[in-house]
Design a binder for this molecule. Structure first.
Ligand code: GLN
Length: 541
């Protein structure tokens, strides 16, 4: 089998779920025994999304190899259960960077360097790169942005050239559009889809399959109309109807025969049907919860759903594992104060303090942590959330009143959270944090060890500051234990309060490795602790 390529483009509107469709197709092909990977090409000029504010582009997803990537890579990993790398996310910035560096090295001496062919050649090289490794049967490539955007054009031109260069049966193009329902007319409208496909065809790219996002079922007549006007085969227009969970989409795509159409196009007709047993078992639990809990997610980017995408998904996985519906309530840390604290988080069964950067909303986080510690509410702090748990403990328990993070006060008297040594000489912002997977050794007698059931774990990171080990003795004497450390450097990865029923802060980002089929153990146990806390609280009322 030689590698086949699927390209997924989108039109009409953004946020139609192109990443979910790409991941669902990849999942179906993988479930038939194929070796599949997905990559995303983003048309923006940032070299990676690492320097983007979450308000701009949602969460920055980090891979094992330390790549700061688009949040769609999180969906890919969650759907496929594979670990992706830097090669799976390419931006316009990265493409230009490579071409300009080559130009400076003299690689194009004498030539005018142009979008076509130099930029498009580099795009094509990267589009085919993973396929060249021989490790995959199918490469699914999602092109970010919407057809018609000026910045998408070089990517479409690259796909056009590949369509021209490669045998038909080696490359397939899927276009995702929206078929809106007009309430007043009581009608589904296909015109935006027709225009979107026209625009794609103007760029020279011909779609083989059109996937229509819709709120209502598309009739056979309507599908035929789209097929006719968009010049695809009848039967190659399929619907993606709004689903109760994103994890339902692979099953919906299977019903629509998306994977079959793709395999027929590739001439692969004798593959087994997809084995989706595990996904179905997960959905069954997800749809039939036996209990319900409320979790406060205390953070400062709460206005935007996508900012904490992986945390929300981890709760979906951990909830299903416990057959429990987890309602996540956003609590804006900037607006938390002594007066409204009880009203805002007093009814919660667990408190999660989110990762983040900068000073805004930090004191609200400290207050929420104090509340969780004093009232024995299950607490889970991630990255900045862990760092603030350290600050809170220093101030309120150890009595270091001016304890703080050097991120807020660079020359602080008592920086219990301090800048990592290797960061002190770093001035460049992009790609310079402590990034990616690092080992962490767990103390045997700890909550973390009971959760993971092993003493050596590996989790992903994205930070510049760390627990200041000069204070470690004081913390341990006062009751906050460092139960997980990096074995090489001694960097504190986990803090706990053994006298509290469930209080854990982690320097790493456990949410990045949770999948429906392998829910992250801290999330699973946090949900369990919150369920127990709720039961006890109800019994005490
Ligand atoms: N701003 C903190 C640091 O850089 C925490 C980062 C995070 O929460 N991801 O160390």
């Amino acid at each position: 089998m030689h590698t086949k390529y699927v390209f997924v483009t989108g039109g009409v509107a953004s946020s139609l779920g192109k990443g979910i469709i790409a991941a669902s197709l990849a999942k179906l092909l993988q479930a038939r025994g194929l070796r599949v990977t997905i990559q995303k090409f983003d048309p923006y000029i940032n070299v990676d999304p690492g320097t983007l504010n979450p308000y701009e582009h949602g969460e920055c997803y980090v891979t094992d190899d330390g790549a700061e990537t688009d949040l769609d890579l999180g969906h890919y990993e969650r759907f496929l259960g594979v670990h992706l790398s830097q090669a799976n996310n390419v931006t316009t910035g990265r493409i230009y960077w490579t071409v300009i560096t080559k130009e400076r090295e003299g690689a194009f001496l004498g030539k005018t360097v142009q979008i076509v062919p130099h930029i498009t050649d580099e795009i094509k090289r990267r589009m085919l790169l993973l396929g060249k490794s021989g490790k995959y049967d199918v490469i699914v490539t999602e092109v970010g942005g919407t057809v018609g955007d000026m910045e998408s054009q070089p990517f479409l031109e690259a796909i056009r050239q590949l369509q021209w260069e490669m045998p038909d049966e080696d490359l397939l193009s899927i276009h995702l559009t929206l078929v809106p329902y007009l309430k007043a007319a009581k009608e589904l409208k296909t015109k935006p889809t027709q225009h979107s496909v026209q625009m794609l065809q103007q760029a020279g790219v011909h779609p083989d399959i059109i996937v229509c996002r819709t709120e209502k079922d598309l009739s056979p007549e309507l599908r035929r109309k789209v097929a006719l006007f968009c010049n695809v085969k009848p039967g190659h227009v399929i619907q993606s109807i709004d689903a109760p969970s994103i994890y339902q989409v692979p099953l919906n795509m299977e019903d629509e025969k998306l994977d079959q159409l793709v395999l027929e196009h590739f001439g692969w007709n004798d593959l087994p049907v997809p084995d989706l047993t595990k996904l179905k078992a997960f959905l069954n639990k997800l749809y039939n919860p036996k209990s319900e809990i409320n979790i406060a997610l205390v953070g400062k980017y709460v206005e935007l759903q996508d900012a904490y995408k992986s945390i929300l998904e981890s709760f979906v996985h951990a909830g299903a594992a416990n057959e429990c519906k987890v309602n996540v309530h956003y609590v804006h840390s900037e607006f938390l104060d002594e007066k409204n604290l009880k009203e805002k988080i007093g009814n919660m069964d667990g408190i999660l303090v989110a990762p983040g950067f900068g000073e805004r909303g930090l004191e609200g986080k400290v207050l929420a942590i104090r509340y969780a510690r004093e009232n024995k509410v299950p607490f889970f702090g991630i990255c900045l959330g862990m760092q603030m748990a350290v600050v809170e403990f220093a101030r309120d328990v150890i009595g270091i009143k001016d304890a703080c993070s050097a991120e807020v006060v660079p020359n602080a008297e008592n920086p219990v959270i301090d800048l990592m040594e290797e960061q002190k000489s770093t001035t460049i912002k992009g790609g310079t944090m402590r990034l990616g997977a690092y080992d962490c050794k767990l103390e045997k007698d700890s909550l973390a060890y009971r959760i993971y059931g092993t003493d050596m774990i590996s989790e992903r990171h994205r930070h510049r500051y760390e627990f200041n080990n000069a204070y470690l003795e004081k913390f341990e004497a006062a009751g906050m234990k460092a139960t997980g450390k990096n074995p090489e450097t001694g960097l504190v990865e986990i803090v706990e309060l053994p006298t509290h029923p469930f209080f854990i802060g982690v320097q790493f980002h456990p949410e990045l490795k949770s999948t429906p089929e392998n829910p992250q153990p801290i999330f699973v146990n946090f949900v369990k602790a919150a369920m127990e806390y709720k039961t006890e609280r109800k019994a005490g009322e």
